[in-house]
Design a protein. Structure first.
Length: 456
């Protein structure tokens, strides 16, 4: 993903100012993996800091020195809240909270379930909910697209129509319907924002602003929900989905503290490789050439594509009428009657339509699920009274599962080589290791190479 963006931007990545963003809740290991995939010199910024910087510098939101604000980041699949404080020209995170299975897709699922209540033709609806052919799968995908577009339209108008593929009817949907359906989801986000304030020991009356970030925050019901909850009218911009990306450049230039994220890939493996997830290093981290890369390994997906939840910001110039017959039993009349049934009270979320936002056991990182292959590793090992840096080791396959288990397969791993005091060393591992669940503890100290290590 990052490489494609770099290629589209320029043929010389070194000539660019590259800024990456990540959620505030990410630990050092996940940050290190992201930085290791970027060219040397890339800067990593917390998303709430980037959003706050954009609103303060471009969005016209006044946040005085020492003032605090809540960054309300409501995306498609997740929600994150952070309390930030301004110090001079920069921002720092005081506390963060989030709901990993709460986003715009969950509101879409509630709308789909609401539409299902109006139709008595269970067979046709079953084809949309459980498609068995390519045509039905396309119709299901189109239904969800139509629902999302109708939801977005209701941010600008009071009512709209949702076309139902296969059933071939246009169902009415009003903003009042949407507000009722979204209320359970939005209440969860407000509770999460309130929890972030509690963690930061900040009273809502002391807030300077509430900042709306993420595309789903454009819904009018978001602003009214937060206004009722905190007594503050939230600050918004025309394109809240771009606040983090554009603000990351501003925050990257304003940040005065630089950290080198530490070290090691996110699995429990030999020779100093660990599964630690320590606290995140700070508001800004830089991939530095003076020290070894944070993890030293560059991973690419094999079985699945990883959603890094990161934005690459590069500094470059930047209505259908249904004809009825008089016959009350006609198909068109039945469809019209079904559409009229939608004027009743909508169902509440959670809905009978399964939300596309999955949930995972504690300790499982959804961004890592799937199989990955390392291309290069940097491992430190103590030997002969000193510490040697071993490089290489490409080809290791790491598999992460939703049940919390992970496996490292070294059967095709290339040798690691290193040198110390004029001597050269080589280390080869030929086995696989499976952990019962993803660990989140402090990493053990680096281990010495195995007895099979050869010295020349």
């Amino acid at each position: 993903m990052l490489q494609r963006a770099l290629t589209e931007a320029t043929s010389d990545p070194a000539a660019l100012d590259i800024v990456l963003t990540c959620p505030a809740s990410w630990g050092a290991a996940r940050r290190a993996v992201l930085l290791s995939a970027a060219p040397i010199g890339a800067t990593l910024i917390d998303e709430p800091i980037a959003a706050a910087q954009y609103f303060a510098d471009v969005g016209g939101t006044t946040i005085p020195d020492g003032g605090t604000a809540v960054v309300y980041d409501f995306g498609a699949g997740t929600f994150d809240a952070a309390v930030v404080r301004r110090t001079g020209s920069t921002f720092a995170i005081l506390a963060a909270d989030g709901v990993p299975d709460c986003g715009g897709l969950d509101i879409d699922a509630a709308i789909v379930a609401h539409l299902a209540q109006a139709f008595t033709d269970a067979t046709a609806w079953h084809r949309l909910e459980q498609p068995t052919s390519a045509t039905e799968r396309r119709a299901r995908a189109q239904l969800w697209t139509n629902v999302r577009e109708a939801k977005e339209m209701l941010s600008r108008t009071s009512s709209t129509l949702v076309h139902m593929p296969l059933i071939e009817v246009d169902a009415p949907l009003s903003r009042e319907d949407l507000d009722r359906l979204a209320a359970p989801v939005l209440e969860r986000t407000a509770a999460s924002a309130r929890e972030a304030l509690t963690k930061a020991h900040v009273d809502a009356s002391d807030l300077t602003a509430i900042i709306l970030s993420g595309g789903s925050s454009r819904m009018p019901a978001v602003g009214s929900t937060l206004h009722r909850a905190f007594g503050i009218l939230p600050a918004s911009v025309d394109q809240p989905e771009l606040a983090v990306a554009e603000g990351s450049l501003l925050a990257g230039a304003a940040a005065t503290t630089r950290h080198v994220a530490s070290t090691t890939p996110p699995v429990n493996t030999p020779a100093g490789e660990t599964a630690a997830f320590p606290d995140h290093p700070g508001p800004a981290a830089t991939h530095s050439a003076e020290q070894p890369p944070p993890t030293g390994w560059r991973a690419r997906p094999l079985a699945t594509a990883a959603a890094f939840a990161a934005v690459l910001a590069v500094a470059v110039g930047t209505a259908i009428v249904i004809a009825d017959r008089d016959d009350n039993d006609s198909p068109n009349n039945q469809k019209a009657q079904a559409a009229n049934n939608l004027t009743g009270t909508p169902v509440s979320s959670p809905s009978r339509s399964v939300s596309p936002s999955p949930t995972y056991p504690a300790g499982v990182d959804p961004c890592l699920l799937g199989t990955w292959r390392s291309e290069k590793q940097h491992i430190y090992a103590d030997l002969d009274g000193g510490r040697a840096l071993f490089t290489g080791g490409g080809g290791t396959l790491y598999t992460y599962r939703a049940d919390g288990t992970s496996t490292a397969d070294y059967s095709r791993t290339q040798p690691r080589t290193g040198s110390l005091k004029g001597s050269r060393y080589s280390s080869v591992i030929r086995r696989s290791a499976t952990t019962p669940r993803t660990r989140r503890s402090t990493s053990p100290p680096p281990r010495k190479p195995s007895p099979a290590t050869a010295k020349s």
